[in-house]
Design a protein around this ligand. Structure first.
Ligand code: FES
Ligand code: FE
Length: 435
């Protein structure tokens, strides 16, 4: 089964590069492709910008990117969200050099033009130097035309014709809801400093990997072995000897999104603990919660554990356990990954402290495994005689894939359907095709 049957316009120059079972190496190495992606992929679809909790009060701001475009996401004094280009209307300097803060206006450090946090030009120094026809209203900061938040997740797009944000999220929405609803009152908070790592490789390598249930048993073997030594049970059945027959599944959700559902591995009595990766102090914590909050203990214990899904929202947002990870392309062979730890509202402090422990091991011990792969893949792609990257696992395999009435395909966790799925969306955007 493949839901990915969208007609590709026959004259598309990209057809030669994306086939049903493979993609061409130059999609990861060619500067021209990268520049086109920054315009057509990151410019024409909904891109995750920031979380609302990073803008907690009127006049808060946070600096971010939309593809290569530097952006400041702001709340105005009424609490409305905006996203302005962090690019002075005078001669393009960076108007806001801070990562985050509170400001009603930004003064460009170069020649001192000042802009409101909604983008309007307030004034330029020594105005007598401009002719009578200088019209301030024409020289505001450029704006991201559509900025929308879904339950705290702020996205922006430059496209007038992109579907609404909820439509774009589509079948990823119930998974995002599930992730958010684990927090009592649905309040997710991003406040701690980000964990940032750069790698020398193309941004798509991170997206290829996020929905990939094929690599963990190999790439993360040392982490999994540590977990089995330190945890209570955890043999390698975390991913299984034959994960294809195991309870974990990957779902291809459409619009480039996918999710790995690990929850079936964690079902059964006591499994909330038993299958967690090691969290020092867990046992004591459990005792404390049960004695201090007997009524509410099960729920509190549950939300203090890692969410067992990996949700990939095309092109740049990944929810991994309790963390929000953002892919930031810097150049054709240079990418930054930002991990934001999350806490939640409406729970005792101890719960958030324990929840933080679920967010320590992976960036420290797992992510370097992945990034080593990304850099080595990039090096391998320099072999110009070998042209293709395969994404054919699971394709035409009898009995693996089933499709529900909404077109969501569920299949074995090692199926490379997540790649085939997002490349369909990639192709549509690169071809400039409407939904
Ligand atoms: Fe900003 Fe000149 S570039 S004031
Ligand atoms: Fe990994």
């Amino acid at each position: 089964i493949s839901r990915h049957t969208a007609e590709v316009s026959p004259e598309s120059p990209w057809n030669a590069y994306v086939r049903q079972d493979r993609v061409h190496r130059t999609l990861y190495t060619d500067e021209h492709v990268f520049n086109e992606e920054m315009v057509k992929v990151f410019g024409h679809t909904w891109v995750y910008l920031a979380h609302e909790s990073q803008l907690p009060e009127p006049n808060s701001f946070v600096s971010t990117k939309l593809g290569l475009r530097p952006i400041v996401v702001t709340r105005d004094r009424h609490g409305e969200l905006h996203a302005v280009f962090n690019r002075c209307a005078h001669r393009a300097a960076t108007v806001c050099r801070e990562e985050a803060g509170v400001a009603k206006s930004f003064q460009c450090p170069y020649h001192g033009w000042t802009f409101k946090n909604t983008g309007e030009l307030v004034g330029a120094p020594w105005p007598q130097g401009y002719g009578a026809d200088f019209d301030k209203s024409k020289f505001g900061l450029g704006k991201v035309t559509r900025v929308q938040s879904y339950r705290g997740f702020i996205f922006g797009t430059l496209s007038e014709s992109a579907p609404s944000l909820p439509d774009y999220l589509g079948e990823a929405k119930p998974w995002l809801d599930y992730w958010i609803d684990r927090a009592p009152d649905g309040e997710v908070i991003v406040r701690s400093a980000a964990h940032r790592m750069g790698y020398r490789g193309n941004w798509k390598l991170a997206f290829d990997n996020a929905g990939d249930g094929y690599h963990p048993s190999f790439s993360h073997r040392s982490l999994l072995e540590m977990a089995s030594r330190m945890g209570d049970s955890k043999d390698m059945s975390y991913f299984g000897k034959t994960p294809d027959d195991g309870p974990m599944k990957v779902y291809s959700l459409g619009n480039g999104h996918s999710v790995i559902d690990q929850r079936p591995n964690f079902e059964g009595p006591g499994s909330i603990w038993a299958n967690q990766r090691p969290q020092p102090g867990r046992e004591k914590f459990e005792e404390l919660i049960r004695s201090k909050y007997p009524e509410d203990a099960e729920r509190l214990l549950d939300v203090s554990a890692g969410a067992q899904i990996n949700l990939s929202i095309f092109p740049n947002l990944l929810l991994i356990g309790n963390q929000i990870q953002v892919i930031e392309p810097l150049g054709v062979e240079r990418t930054q990954l930002t991990w934001n730890a999350t806490s939640i509202g409406g729970v005792p402090e101890e719960v958030n402290t324990m929840r933080m422990r679920t967010q320590e091991d992976f960036p420290a011990f797992g992510e370097p495994d992945d990034q080593a792969n990304f850099e080595e893949v990039q090096r391998g792609l320099a072999v110009s005689e070998e042209e293709w990257i395969l994404m054919n696992r699971g394709l035409n395999v009898e009995g693996w894939q089933t499709m529900d009435e909404n077109g969501v395909v569920v299949t074995a966790v090692t199926d490379e359907i997540h790649m085939r799925g997002y490349y369909e969306e990639w192709l549509r955007l690169m071809n400039g095709e409407a939904k």
